[in-house]
Design a protein around this ligand. Sequence first.
Ligand SMILES: Cc1cc2nc3c(=O)[nH]c(=O)nc-3n(C[C@H](O)[C@H](O)[C@H](O)COP(=O)(O)O)c2cc1C
Length: 184
Amino acid sequence: MLKIAIILGSTRPGRNGEAVAKWVTEIANKRSDATFELVDIADYNLPLLDEPVPASMGQYSKPHTIAWSDKIASFDGYVFVTPEYNHATSGALKNAIDFLYHEWKDKAAGFVGYGGSGGARAIENLRLIVGELHIADVRAQVGLSLMTDFENFSIFKPAAYQEQAVNTMLDQVIAWSGALKTLR
Ligand SMILES: Cc1cc2nc3c(=O)[nH]c(=O)nc-3n(C[C@H](O)[C@H](O)[C@H](O)COP(=O)(O)O)c2cc1C
């Protein structure tokens, strides 16, 4: 069975990302074509990148890097749940991505963004980043608006149609995750 991580890319106290990532995981868990796990980068307590050797060399020296590597290596594909901070993804998610290299390679990814414009610019930013890591990013994406999918910008109440958007994105992530397994 394919294993897909739903990566919660925000670490801010009071973050909206937690409700969004839990909602994505609940929708995903209704499916039977893969298994899903919510991975909260906050649980890994990653400092700003402190490995002396670039991740592409695969020489990790810190326990937090090894724990993060083991977790990310165990999946066939990823769903990045990203906030939009200053027209980009979060620094915390970029930092967590930068810690690793081979663990990401030849796997698929989809995106769930949220923000004033549905996190669209954060997702575009992530598409550039994941391309460098040989992650195949699917076309379908989920954009949650702070104005229409949240109350008072903080209470998550997604519009009904967003569940279908999640499943369309997951259809593509699962198809490509399976296809890329043959390459790995
Ligand atoms: C530092 C910072 C920068 C932000 N910049 C943007 C932005 O450029 N565009 C946007 O639509 N929303 C922006 N926002 C609003 C966030 O998308 C919104 O607060 C979201 O809930 C943040 O995710 P989080 O609650 O999981 O941390 C910004 C928020 C913060 C804290």
